[in-house]
Structure formats: structure tokens, C-alpha cells
Write a protein that binds this ligand. Structure first.
Ligand code: AP5
Length: 209
């Protein structure tokens, strides 16, 4: 899943993982768990998380490497975030014979992203959900993460979904798209794929937006 902070990676990643019975590997959650447990790794990354900066590539790649070997399928949330991570992850997936079938992009406009994260801050108090840090995370997303989408587009596995609607509708939309892709791909594993843009289908799912 490639999407800006607050777009719903965590929310929808959990839905997809439960539906397909596969692990949800979320790098942000794994890092925050280290911070909460005060491990050496947690101590080394806490400042970066608090400031909304990226942790070193090797740290996140090491974390997902183990998780990716435990199951035939997986939902990756929060990685890749840079083109270097995308390339390293691809090499790892080739080695494990588990390359991605779908790169899922959740599209949400910036005002809504900031609104969601500030609302979450009132409930969870996540250290990086202050307005300044949210803006920095968004800038970083557009600078180094968003450009990766073009690479997945060229590979023909990009699915872009309108994620401005209520979470339940977004989830239904994603699962419908993934189920259809799953059936098509299991019947024709060598089928050439093209990027799929579902962002204009809001009305079909009951949204006026
Ligand atoms: P990470 O945890 O990945 O944070 P993020 O990308 O900023 O994403 P969020 O968790 O804020 O949002 P989300 O898209 O998951 O949305 P969510 O479902 O939670 O990373 C945190 C930090 O870890 C990074 O800044 C970096 O320091 C480090 N890091 C992680 N991975 C790294 C990597 N690969 N390389 C280097 N550093 C890395 O939803 C957000 C809110 O909106 C929730 O309150 C939710 O209830 C609500 N919501 C969700 N969907 C909807 C909807 N449809 N309508 C209304 N509200 C909604």
C-alpha cells in the first residue's frame, strides 16, 4: 500500500489482511512497538518518528524481511517509502518468490488528511500527529514516496482507489477490486496487467464526491 499519512493504510490494510487471511505488516506499527518497549532499536528511531522523518532503509528492510518469509501472502503497509526501498524490496521478493500482485494507492486530498490526523491526535496522542509534523510527513510523502507510484504503474500492478469516502465503503471497494483481480490472475497468471484507476467510481459506491 502506497499512500499519504492519514489516507487509511492502517485501516484498510487490516481489512484486506483479515479478508484474505494473511499478515498485515505495517512498518510504522512495528517501529512504534519498539519505541513502546524501549528496545535499543526503539531508542534509536524515536526522535525520527517524533519529527516525522524516515528511519534508515536497512532498519525497515530488516524488519519486513523476517515477516515476509512467514506466509505465502502479505499486506505491506508503510513500505516502500523511497525508490531505494522499492528496489530492495523487489529484489527480496524475487528471492522469496513473493513479488507483489498489486500496489494499492489510496487517494485522499491534503485537507482531509490533515483533518483526519488532527482528529486522531485528540484520541491517541500519537507523537507525530501535530500540525507541523503532519505537514512535514506530507511534504516527505510527495517528495520521495509518491514518485514510486509511476514505477508500479509501469510494472502494471498499480490500483488507485478513491479513499475520501467513509472507511467502510472504501474497504468494500478495495476488496471487490482485489477479489476480481485475484480471480483474473489465478486463471491467467501470465496476463499482462495495466494500471487500474478506480478514483472516479465514487458515485457507484454511494458517494456524491
Ligand atoms: P506510519 O505509521 O506508516 O505513518 P503514516 O504513513 O504517516 O500513516 P498513518 O499511520 O498516519 O496513516 P494511515 O495511512 O495508516 O491511515 P490510518 O488508517 O491510520 O509511519 C510512521 C513513521 O514511521 C514515519 O513517519 C517514519 O518515521 C517511520 N517509518 C515507517 N515506515 C517507514 C519506512 N518504510 N521507511 C522509513 N521510515 C518509516 O487512518 C488515519 C486516521 O484516519 C485514523 O484515525 C482513522 O480512523 C481515520 N480514517 C481512516 N480511513 C478513514 C476514512 N475513509 N474516512 C475518515 N477517517 C478515516
Amino acid at each position: 500500500m502506497i499512500a499519504a499519512p492519514g489516507a487509511g493504510k492502517g485501516t484498510q490494510g487490516a481489512v484486506i489482511a483479515a479478508h484474505f487471511g494473511i499478515p498485515h505488516i505495517a512498518t510504522g506499527d512495528l517501529l512504534r512497538d519498539h519505541v513502546a518497549r524501549d528496545t535499543p532499536l526503539g531508542q534509536s528511531v524515536q526522535g525520527l518518528l517524533d519529527r516525522g522523518e524516515l528511519v534508515p532503509d536497512e532498519v525497515v528492510l530488516d524488519m519486513v524481511r523476517g515477516a515476509m518469509t512467514t506466509s505465502d501472502g502479505y499486506v505491506l503497509d508503510g513500505i516502500p517509502r523511497t525508490m531505494d526501498q522499492a528496489r530492495a524490496l523487489y529484489a527480496l521478493a524475487v528471492e522469496l518468490d513473493r513479488t507483489a500482485d498489486v500496489a494499492l494507492h489510496l487517494h485522499v486530498d491534503d485537507d482531509e488528511l490533515v483533518r483526519r490526523l488532527l482528529a486522531r491526535a485528540e484520541v491517541t496522542g500519537r507523537s507525530d500527529d501535530t500540525e507541523d509534523v503532519i505537514r512535514r510527513r506530507l511534504r516527505l510523502y510527495y517528495e520521495v514516496t509518491h514518485p514510486i507510484l509511476a514505477w508500479y504503474g509501469e510494472r502494471g500492478i498499480l490500483v488507485s482507489v478513491d479513499a475520501r469516502r467513509p472507511a467502510e465503503l472504501v474497504g468494500r471497494h478495495i476488496l471487490t477490486a482485489l477479489e476480481v483481480l485475484d480471480q483474473v490472475m489465478s486463471g491467467n497468471p501470465d496476463l499482462p496487467r495495466r494500471p487500474v484507476d478506480l478514483t472516479g467510481l465514487g458515485a457507484a459506491f454511494g458517494s456524491s464526491g
